[in-house]
Ligand binder design. Structure first.
Ligand code: NAG
Ligand code: NAG
Ligand code: NAG
Ligand code: NAG
Ligand code: NAG
Ligand code: NAG
Ligand code: NAG
Ligand code: NAG
Ligand code: NAG
Ligand code: NAG
Ligand code: NAG
Ligand code: NAG
Length: 430
C-alpha cells in the first residue's frame, strides 16, 4: 500500500475568489499481481489506514481475494474501485472447502458471506469499470453435485452490507456471484445505483444467485440496476421498510420477490412501503411474486421452517414493462414448506397477511395466460389488491386474460376469472 496526501480542491465562486476545502488522505491498495498471494491483507490495511475521512484506491488491475473480508467501522470514506476484485477459489477442488469453513455468518437464515461491509457515510464507486468477480463458475458446477442445491451451509454471498448507513454504492459490476450477490441487513439510508449483476454461468447456470436481498433494513434505493441471474432478481425479506426500485432491467430471474417470509415460528416480521417504478422485465418468471411459509413448522431455516406471523403492505408498482414473462405476471404463494417434505403444504393456513398492493401500468408480452395467480391464506386473506392500466399480450397477440384467485378480498380495478391452482411451488402456480 502506498499512502499519500491528495489535495482535493473544491472551488466555488465567491465573487471571483476560490476556497480550498481541505486535503484527503489517500491509500492505494497494492496488488500482488498473482493468485498465489492473497490481496485481502493489503485491502484490510488500506481500509484501516485511510478510515475516517480518507480515500482508498483500487488501481485498474486484478486483485486476488483468497480469504474473507470482514470490514467494519468505516466512517466517512471514499473507496474507488478502478479494477477487478477476483474472489477465490482459484482451484475449486481445494478452495471451496476454505470458503465453506470460513464464510462469515450474519445471523439470519444461516446465511453467510465472503465480504462483509459495515460503517457510516461510505462512498464506494466503481466508476463504471470496477468489478467484483465471485468466480462462480466453480460454485455452479460444484453445487449441482450436492444434495442441497438451494441453501448449502457456508456457500457465501458475494457481498453483505451489514449495518451500513448513509452510504452510496455506484458504478460497480458484480460477476458470477458464488450465491446471492448482495445481502443487505441492518442497513439504512443507502443508495445503490448504476449496478450490473451478471450471474450467467459460462459452464452451467445455478439457482440461488439472487441479485439482492434486504433484511431488517430501511430506506434503501436501488436505481439503474441491470440483473442477469437465475433466481430472485431483488427480494425483500424480514423487516424491509421503505425500499425503492427504479429504472432497472431484470433478465431471466424470477422477478421482484417479497419473501420468503414467515419462516420463523411465532416471529412477527413485516415488509412495508415498497415503491417500484420504470422497471423492465425480460424473460423473468414473474414481474412480482410473494411467497410465505405455511402455519405449520416443518424443520428449521434455511431449508425448513414455517409458522411465522406478520404482514406485507403498502407496495406500489408503476410503469412496468414486461417482455416474454414465463409465468403469471403477479403471483402469490403461501404454501412454502420444508423443501424435503413430500406433497403440498397447507396453502390456506398462513398467518402472514398480504395487503395493499397496487400495480399501475404494466405493458408488454408474456408466455402465460395468467396475469395474476394469487393463492392467499384463508386465515389472513389478501386485501386491497389494485390493478390498473394492464395491457399484457401473449406472443400470438391475444390478450392474457386469466386472473386466478383464492382468498382475495376487496380487489380493485379487476375481477377474478377463476380459481387459483394450489401447489407446493414456492413461486406459485402449478
Ligand atoms: C491462478 O490462476 C490461473 C488461471 O486461472 C490458474 O491456471 C492457476 O492454477 C492459478 N494458480 C494458483 C496457484 O491458484
Ligand atoms: C474445514 O473444516 C473441516 C472440519 O472442521 C476440516 O476437516 C477441514 O480441514 C477444513 N478445511 C479447510 C480448507 O479449512
Ligand atoms: C467481524 O468483525 C467484527 C469487528 O471485529 C466482529 O465483531 C464480528 O464478530 C466479525 N464478524 C464475523 C462474522 O466474524
Ligand atoms: C442438506 O439440508 C438438510 C435439510 O436442511 C440438512 O439436514 C442436511 O444436513 C444438509 N446437508 C448438507 C450436506 O448440508
Ligand atoms: C448452518 O451452517 C453451519 C455452518 O456453516 C452448518 O454446520 C449447519 O449445519 C447449518 N445449519 C443448517 C440447519 O443448515
Ligand atoms: C433516505 O436515505 C437518503 C439517502 O441516504 C437520505 O437522503 C434521506 O434523507 C433518507 N430518508 C429518511 C426518511 O431518512
Ligand atoms: C446505468 O448503469 C449502467 C451500468 O450498469 C451505466 O452504463 C449507465 O450509464 C447507467 N445509466 C445512467 C442513466 O446513468
Ligand atoms: C453475462 O455473462 C455471460 C456469460 O459470460 C455473457 O455471455 C453475457 O454477454 C454477459 N452479459 C452482460 C450484460 O454482461
Ligand atoms: C419510511 O418513510 C416514511 C415516509 O414515507 C417515513 O415517515 C418513515 O419514518 C420511514 N421509515 C423508516 C423506517 O425509514
Ligand atoms: C421486525 O418488525 C416487527 C414489526 O415492526 C417488530 O415487532 C420486530 O421486533 C422486528 N424484528 C426485529 C428483529 O427487529
Ligand atoms: C416507463 O418506463 C420505461 C422503461 O423503463 C421508460 O422508458 C419510460 O420513460 C417510463 N415512462 C414514464 C412515464 O416514466
Ligand atoms: C389447512 O388449513 C386450514 C385452515 O385454513 C384447515 O382448515 C385445514 O384443515 C388444513 N388442512 C390440512 C390438510 O391440514
Amino acid at each position: 500500500m502506498r499512502c499519500s496526501t491528495l489535495l482535493s480542491f473544491a472551488i466555488f465562486s465567491l465573487g471571483g475568489a476560490a476556497a480550498l476545502l481541505g486535503e484527503q488522505k489517500v491509500c492505494t491498495v497494492a496488488a500482488s499481481g498473482t493468485n498465489k498471494t492473497d490481496d485481502a491483507p493489503a485491502i484490510r490495511s488500506a481500509l484501516s489506514k485511510c478510515n475516517n475521512g480518507g480515500r482508498i484506491i483500487f488501481e485498474p488491475t486484478t486483485y486476488y481475494v483468497n480469504s474473507v473480508l470482514n470490514i467494519t467501522g468505516l466512517e466517512d470514506v471514499d473507496i474507488d474501485i478502478n479494477g477487478k476484485l477476483l474472489v477465490g477459489p482459484v482451484f475449486w477442488s481445494t478452495d471451496i472447502p476454505y470458503w465453506l469453513n470460513h464464510s462469515l455468518p450474519y445471523g439470519y437464515q444461516n446465511q453467510s458471506t465472503a465480504f462483509m461491509l459495515s460503517g457510516n457515510n461510505v462512498r464506494l464507486n466503481g466508476h463504471g469499470v470496477g468489478n467484483l468477480d465471485g468466480n462462480g463458475d466453480y460454485w455452479y458446477q460444484w453445487i449441482k453435485k450436492q444434495p442441497n442445491t438451494s441453501n448449502y451451509p457456508g456457500r457465501p454471498h458475494q457481498i453483505t452490507l451489514n449495518g451500513l448507513t448513509n452510504s452510496v454504492i455506484r458504478g460497480l459490476s458484480f460477476f458470477r456471484s458464488q450465491m446471492w450477490t448482495m445481502s443487505i441487513i441492518h442497513s439504512h439510508n443507502n443508495v445503490l445505483e448504476d449496478i450490473l449483476v451478471n450471474n450467467t454461468g459460462n459452464v452451467v447456470s445455478s439457482s440461488n444467485t439472487d441479485g439482492a436481498n434486504t433484511l431488517f433494513s430501511s430506506n434503501i434505493t436501488f436505481s439503474n440496476w441491470t440483473i442477469h441471474n437465475g433466481d430472485d432478481s431483488i427480494a425483500l425479506k424480514a423487516n424491509s421498510t421503505n425500499i425503492s426500485i427504479r429504472d432497472s432491467k431484470l433478465y431471466n430471474g424470477l422477478g421482484i420477490a417479497i419473501g420468503s417470509i414467515g419462516q420463523y415460528k411465532n416471529q412477527f416480521e413485516t415488509i412495508e412501503n415498497l415503491r417500484v417504478e420504470n422497471v423492465q422485465f425480460f424473460n423473468t418468471l414473474h414481474a412480482l411474486y410473494m411467497k410465505t411459509w405455511t402455519a405449520d413448522q416443518n424443520g428449521y431455516p434455511p431449508n425448513g421452517g414455517g409458522g411465522g406471523l406478520g404482514y406485507a403492505e403498502d407496495m406500489h408498482l408503476k410503469n412496468l414493462t414486461v417482455s416474454g414473462l414465463r409465468g403469471a405476471a403477479f403471483s402469490i404463494s403461501q404454501c412454502t414448506r420444508f423443501s424435503g417434505a413430500p406433497g403440498v403444504g397447507n396453502c390456506t393456513n398462513s398467518r402472514f397477511q398480504i395487503r395493499d398492493v397496487e400495480i399501475d401500468g404494466m405493458v408488454g408480452t408474456t408466455k402465460s395466460k395468467r396475469v395474476v395467480s394469487l393463492q392467499c391464506s384463508a386465515e389472513a386473506p389478501c386485501t386491497d389488491i389494485t390493478l390498473e392500466n394492464i395491457d399484457v399480450k401473449l406472443t400470438n397477440g391475444s390478450v392474457a386474460g386469466d386472473y386466478l384467485c383464492g382468498n382475495v378480498v376487496d380487489s380493485k380495478g379487476w375481477e377474478c376469472t377463476g380459481k387459483v391452482c394450489e401447489s407446493g411451488s414456492a413461486t406459485g402456480e402449478c
